[in-house]
Design a binder for this molecule. Structure first.
Ligand SMILES: [Mn+2]
Length: 438
């Protein structure tokens, strides 16, 4: 039996806006959180001790992290070198650099010849000798379309056809590795990808065109004793036999992970009878506190009573409250700040509720579907102010609907085919902490 620790999606150096500067160290407190959480994973690997550590990719938010972040990451993994625990670092999408090949931020470990460290930046099989015998590890880093397909090959194909072609290419390439395997030796597939039956958040939309989704049947093969995945931040088990597992990220990267448990996976690897266990990590809480004050008699009191110390203490807090404009004066902002002072960090988002809350048009009814043209006409009939535009709007709407039916035009597909839009999506991803990609 070979014991291994599988962790993924460290994203060290992200989420600084949820932290503050620690005056004693000069470092962002969220970096300190990520370092101590990574430290707990490494502590466990050494305490067990495990025979092998597998990292599923996405070490940093991008391929060029600042030196102090690189160093914080390296100083934790360095402990595995000292403990003589072999380690495989897989290259995720965030580790890839637009220039050159492979993961610049991780390849340094190979360049330096760090003993026992393997960097998985291509599809390749590694035979690793551990204290409890050999293991075969197939590394499958994040693949983009351009890795598997040239532009002329994709020309004239629909997105669906391109997706199928990519899967076919990957299947052939993987088959080539599988044929080289020694069937007697325990085998792990370590891959950074999206699996089609995984539960995603916003990452699914944001990854449009950046990669492709792989059917679980391609991975859940009897030749593998464990499939160690990275990319999706929510921990999940996609298949039991063999285990196909996303450990998820080790720390909450943003509020979309508010309700997710964070942790790593301990695996007892054997041919055919692998066992594994998710080990939760005590990470910093993220809490959204949402209060509707629009009907409250005493909005200030209602708001303060929602900010209980037990909820706020040491958490990254996002306070959202709705109120009417005439209630604004009843809110004493300094006392809110005082109540939130216990939080690790916080933001306050007041939202004004319009007095003329849009009444639903009774003609449209509730819970029944309606033809878009019929809905538009009903809407226009209720809008005196748009009377002059009515005819034109109906005509344009008809054109739009016709266009959609005849060409099947779809924004997501259009974006998928356009590399510039890909990079725009990447920018959106970097800037918008609500919409996080793996
Ligand atoms: Mn990823």
């Amino acid at each position: 039996m070979i014991k291994l620790l599988h962790l993924s999606d460290i994203h060290m150096g992200s989420g600084f806006s949820h932290g503050r500067i620690n005056p004693e160290t000069g470092l962002n407190t969220r970096l300190e959180d990520f370092v101590s959480t990574l430290g707990r994973c490494i502590d466990r690997a050494i305490a067990e001790p495990v025979d092998l550590v597998l990292f599923g990719g996405d070490a940093f938010p991008d391929a060029t992290p600042p030196p102090f972040v690189q160093e914080a990451f390296a100083s934790q993994f360095r402990r595995l070198v000292d403990a003589q625990i072999p380690t495989v670092l897989l290259v995720g999408n965030h580790d890839q650099h637009a220039q050159g090949t492979g993961g610049a931020s991780l390849c340094i470990y190979r360049t330096l010849g760090v003993p026992g460290f393997i960097v998985g930046d291509r599809l390749e099989t590694h035979l690793v000798q551990t204290c409890n015998g050999p293991v075969q590890i197939i590394t499958l880093p994040w693949l983009t379309r351009s890795t598997l397909l040239t532009r002329p090959e994709a020309e004239g194909l629909s997105m669906g056809e391109v997706g199928q072609l990519l899967i076919d290419r990957l299947r052939v390439a993987l088959e080539g590795e599988i044929r080289k395997l020694d069937p007697e030796v325990p085998t792990v597939l370590l891959a950074h990808l999206m699996v089609d039956n995984a539960r995603y958040g916003a990452e699914r939309f944001l990854a449009v065109g950046k990669g492709f989704t792989v059917p679980v049947s391609l991975l859940a093969r009897p030749c593998f004793d464990y499939v160690a995945l990275g990319h999706v931040h929510r921990h999940q088990v996609l298949c039991e036999q063999p285990p196909v597992v996303y450990p998820g990220s080790i720390e909450r990267v943003d509020f979309s992970e508010e309700k997710e448990d964070k942790g790593f996976v301990l695996v007892e690897l054997t041919r055919k009878q692998t066992r594994f266990e998710f080990c939760p990590l005590p990470v910093r809480a993220f809490r959204t506190i949402e209060v509707d004050l629009s009907e409250a008699e005493d909005p200030q009191l209602t708001l303060l009573s929602a900010l209980k110390p037990a909820v706020v203490q040491d958490a990254v807090v996002r306070l959202v409250y709705q109120l009417r404009s005439e209630q604004l004066e009843q809110i004493d902002t300094p006392s809110l700040h005082q109540a939130l002072n216990l939080a690790h960090s916080y933001t306050i988002h007041p939202e004004l509720v319009s007095q003329l809350a849009r009444p639903r048009l009774p003609e449209l009814g509730v819970g029944r579907s309606i033809d878009p043209m019929e809905a538009l006409k009903t809407y226009l009939a209720n809008r005196e102010d748009l009377r002059e535009l009515e005819a034109e709007m109906v005509e344009v709407a008809q054109w739009l609907l016709l266009d959609e039916q005849t060409t099947g035009f779809d924004l997501a597909e259009a974006a998928a085919g356009d590399p510039e839009i890909d990079s725009d999506l990447e920018t959106v991803e970097d800037q918008n902490t609500q919409l996080r990609l793996l």
